[in-house]
Design a protein around this ligand. Sequence first.
Ligand SMILES: N[C@@H](CCC(=O)N[C@@H](CS)C(=O)NCC(=O)O)C(=O)O
Length: 221
Amino acid sequence: MTGLPNARLYAYWRSSASWRVRIALHLKQVPFTIVPVHLMRDGGEQKASANVDRNPMAQVPTLEWDSPQGPRRLTQSLAIVQLVDACCSGPALLPSEPCDRARAWEIAEVINAGTQPLQNLSVLHAVRDLGGDPAAWASAAITKGLAAVERLVADSSTTFCVGETPSVADLCLVPQLYNARRFSVDLSGFERLLAIESACVSLGAFELAHPDVQPDAEPAK
Ligand SMILES: N[C@@H](CCC(=O)N[C@@H](CS)C(=O)NCC(=O)O)C(=O)O
């Protein structure tokens, strides 16, 4: 398979998982259309049957594209990133050297599996419903995850998390740092991560993928 014809990304502007996919598509210069799914409106459009038919976890993102056999779709941001990397030309999103490649996945998974799910909207609602403090919960989870990533990159001096070009690790890191700021996480101890973030956001693909420039972006409250 080559390319992703007529790609449609079902996404929410401030969803970090959607953001990872947007960065990947922009780095590879894949044309795509955003189809907004509002995570708060009407109790959450992600829970409506139209979205659950696309995404059985009732989440975003979902990528859809056309193929000779008809429309195809894929959920889970890191699976989508892997597909984009494999079937679209442009810069590799995964290092070619096996240890570097595994390291990029390691960092991505600390965020994808060990951090973001704990501060996802539905989990924060559950914490609130159980009488907890969602903001404190999210802040603690993000602090733990970012501290782990900071340790994983502390001994290297590469421009990006792994090497001199952005990888899946950076695609996860930048949105997670944005979420950290939303939850007032103290980032003063994360110098390496902030330097890597600066390198990322100087790239056009990261600028184009930023939540504030998405078609469904909402003005700051
Ligand atoms: N592992 C999933 C995570 C997807 C996810 O957590 N999406 C969030 C937005 S970042 C969502 O749809 N949340 C809606 C909800 O929790 O109801 C992926 O990487 O695609």
